[in-house]
Design a protein around this ligand. Structure first.
Ligand code: TMP
Length: 222
């Protein structure tokens, strides 16, 4: 049996990637393709506990950048071995809402940790489970922040990352654009200000070109 395709979605908060993850999964399921959807941090029992800590550890815990990166990698190591790798081996298409590019960009570029150390940690955490195709939804910082603040959530719950200043998110957006330039064969930068349906169609078209066995082209285009 051939290995499944591993697809990841990336971008700043509020870029619309979670909607696209769901839309792509639904479309693949309609085509009869086995799909597994997951997310980072989280996706396993251990990972969800780590996610909670990463998102909601109070300021008084004073989490260091080094601790933060190791927690993201710990969550990832568990997810890869418990979920992603076994699914790929069964021929399942795996779609992850964020993966190691988030660490490259958030902890490497935006938090300014050593890019070499981040790369080595990523490699250790993922082993052979590297994405085949990554979609980055590119939105400007102002749009991303406005969408992020509109999220429905109890007023008392404040996400740790969302408290970062605007300069942090400017580095995140720039980091993703740079990544797309560096790895054009894998990373596809998409204009995130388009409608969800337009993006969905472009995602499908890209997948059809790269992996026609998984995503047949639209009949009208054949
Ligand atoms: P989100 O997936 O709902 O956008 O939230 C995850 C948050 O964690 C988001 O602020 C990005 C951040 N993050 C990192 O900083 N590094 C990582 O490696 C991952 C997976 C997420």
């Amino acid at each position: 049996m051939s290995r499944g395709v591993f697809i990841t979605f990336e971008g700043s908060e509020g870029c619309g990637k979670s909607t696209q993850v769901q839309r792509l999964a639904t479309r693949l399921e309609q085509e009869g393709v086995p799909v597994l959807v997951t997310r980072e941090p989280g996706g396993t029992a251990i990972g969800e506990k780590i996610r909670d800590l990463l998102q909601f550890a109070p300021e008084s815990f004073a989490m260091t950048p080094e601790t933060e990166v190791l927690l993201f990698e710990a969550s990832r190591s568990q997810l890869v071995r418990e979920t992603i790798q076994p699914a790929l081996e069964k021929g399942t298409v795996v779609i992850s809402d964020r993966f190691f590019d988030s660490t490259t960009v958030y902890q490497g570029v935006a938090r300014k940790l050593s890019p070499e150390i981040v790369e080595a940690l990523n490699a250790f955490a993922v082993g052979a489970a590297r994405p085949d195709l990554t979609f980055v939804l590119d939105v400007d910082v102002a749009t991303a922040r406005a969408r992020m603040l509109r999220r429905v959530r109890p007023a008392v719950v404040v996400d740790r990352m969302e408290q970062e200043p605007v300069e942090f998110y400017e580095r995140v957006c720039a980091g993703y654009r740079e990544l797309a330039k560096r790895e054009p064969d894998r990373v596809v930068l998409m204009e995130g200000s388009q409608s969800a349906s337009e993006i969905e169609q472009q995602v499908w078209d890209t997948l059809s070109r790269r992996f026609p066995a998984v995503a047949p082209a639209n009949k009208s285009e054949m």
